[in-house]
Design a protein around this ligand. Structure first.
Ligand SMILES: C[S@@+](CC[C@H](N)C(=O)[O-])C[C@H]1O[C@@H](n2cnc3c(N)ncnc32)[C@H](O)[C@@H]1O
Length: 433
């Protein structure tokens, strides 16, 4: 497996590229057993496998590594860098000096990225009612602190005094880190709280919040569990993929079942995934397609963002008046796992990052992250808000189109990146490629 190298990677990938952190031998030993322990005697859906590999309270990637989200000690002084080359070298140095796994855009462009979001909120929010912001998966708390700093310094005093910022974070070690980061400014603490829980669990949200509020999700969708469906050729029906232990119990393998899981079914409907696999056109065309698929069968695999669907369903139920700001990577380079929207499974050992060929190799020491399909995200969001209905009877649901800012990370920087602050000496405006 090839080590990461700056020259071959697009800039966006640098957020995930890193020097490897040293891990104790015993941690490695326990993780070796972990991947087969995720699966008990009964098979589990792929999304449950991914969830355990990332978030199992003891062995999951985000739980066992409190430093799974990197924090830059100092902000990058973009206006002191000559240009892109200097920036790349600077980043290279940062990664060399750090035992951190990777840095997110909100870290690399701090505090400007968070300030940009705060500015967008202030420009569009109704500031006559108390400002309420939820952040899902706040990582180290850099975004929360940056937003609160900006509002403290730029909004009318009453807006800052009456605001509340609630972080919903699944990892207890990151929840603790967020309190520390935000607590650097004492006055923020009375307005900030962390709820350490799974945001996709509806029971954690209590009664629906009727007031308008903002929800921020940065680089969270890519780490949400996904499902996988498989078809043995171009016309066969899709099957849902389960993971089971092989007979000797030392390895894992896939098992295919007819689609029956409600979340998978719903996601496939939103995506209209069956369209190409059902008989279409006249009888002659359909016969020809069937023959072609038998003679030249092409097995197909498609990853479904069922975790995202569940999260948006829960958010729309719990916070019906939310305005959503979500940003993530739309593309990941050099993905080795097969299938549409397949993830990168990246692990680091002895100073070298390497990608796995199979998601089944994730053992709690590997980050599993998926590219975000923004067209699909918008469809899912509209479906969950009730604006897009799958039923033939379009009048059965009365949703409305809402304020949603969902951009891939580079467009997000274009829109909110405070260009004057992220410009190098030669005038180049740094954003993500
Ligand atoms: C890749 S990190 C991004 C951190 C931060 N937003 C940033 O951009 O630096 C993903 C974050 O989402 C959290 N997370 C993932 N799934 C979650 C869930 N279901 N509920 C709450 N937090 C979650 C992780 O623990 C982590 O803090």
């Amino acid at each position: 497996m090839a080590p990461r190298s700056l020259s071959h990677r697009s800039l966006s990938f640098l957020f995930r590229t890193s020097k490897v952190s040293y891990r104790e031998p015993f941690a490695n030993l326990s993780s070796v057993f972990f991947s087969t322990h995720i699966v008990g005697d009964a098979p589990i859906l792929v999304r449950d496998f991914v969830r355990a590999a990332l978030y199992d309270p003891t062995h999951g990637y985000f739980s066992q590594r409190s430093r799974s989200v990197g924090v830059l000690e100092n902000s990058i002084k973009f206006n002191q860098l000559e240009g892109r080359k200097a920036y790349m070298l600077h980043l290279d140095n940062i990664y060399k000096q750090s035992d951190i796994s990777w840095f997110t855009p909100v870290e690399l462009f701090k505090p400007w990225y968070a300030h940009g979001i705060a500015e967008a909120i202030m420009r569009t929010a109704n500031l006559s009612v108390p400002l309420k912001i939820y952040e899902i998966g706040g990582g180290s708390g850099t975004c929360a602190k940056g937003i609160m700093d900006y509002i403290m310094l730029n909004a009318p005093t009453r807006v800052y005094n009456n605001m509340s910022y609630i972080s919903v974070e699944i990892s207890s070690s990151l929840a603790k880190k967020q309190m520390e980061t935000v607590g650097e400014v004492r006055s923020h603490l009375s307005k900030f709280r962390v709820e350490c829980r799974d945001a996709t669990d509806r029971s954690g949200w209590g009664d629906a919040e009727r007031q308008p509020c903002w929800v921020i999700m940065l680089e969270v969708l890519d780490n949400l569990p996904h499902d996988l469906v498989y078809s043995e050729n171009q016309v066969s029906p899709w099957m849902e993929v389960w993971v089971e232990k092989q007979h000797d119990r030392s390895e894992l393998s896939e098992l295919y079942k007819p689609v029956q899981d409600p979340l998978i079914t719903c996601c496939m409907e939103i995506m209209d995934l069956d369209k190409d696999h059902t008989t279409q056109g006249d009888r002659a065309t359909s016969v020809a397609r069937n023959i072609w698929a038998k003679v030249f069968p092409k097995p197909q695999r498609c990853w479904l963002p069922t975790g995202c669907l569940k999260l948006l369903e829960v958010l729309h139920g719990a916070l019906p008046k939310m305005s959503l700001i979500a940003s993530d990577f739309s593309y990941l380079p050099d993905v080795r796992i097969p299938g549409e929207r397949a993830p990168l499974v990246s692990t680091k050992k002895d100073g070298i990052s390497s990608d796995r060929n199979s998601y089944l190799d994730a053992k709690g020491d590997a980050d599993i992250f998926f590219p975000t399909d923004f067209w699909l995200l918008e469809h899912i969001d509209h479906y969950c808000s009730g604006w897009l209905t799958l039923q033939k009877d379009k009048s059965s649901k009365q949703g409305k189109k809402r304020r949603t800012i969902t951009l891939d990370t580079s467009s997000f920087m274009e829109e909110f990146g405070l260009p004057s602050k992220t410009r190098t000496k030669d005038g180049l405006r740094l954003s993500l490629m």
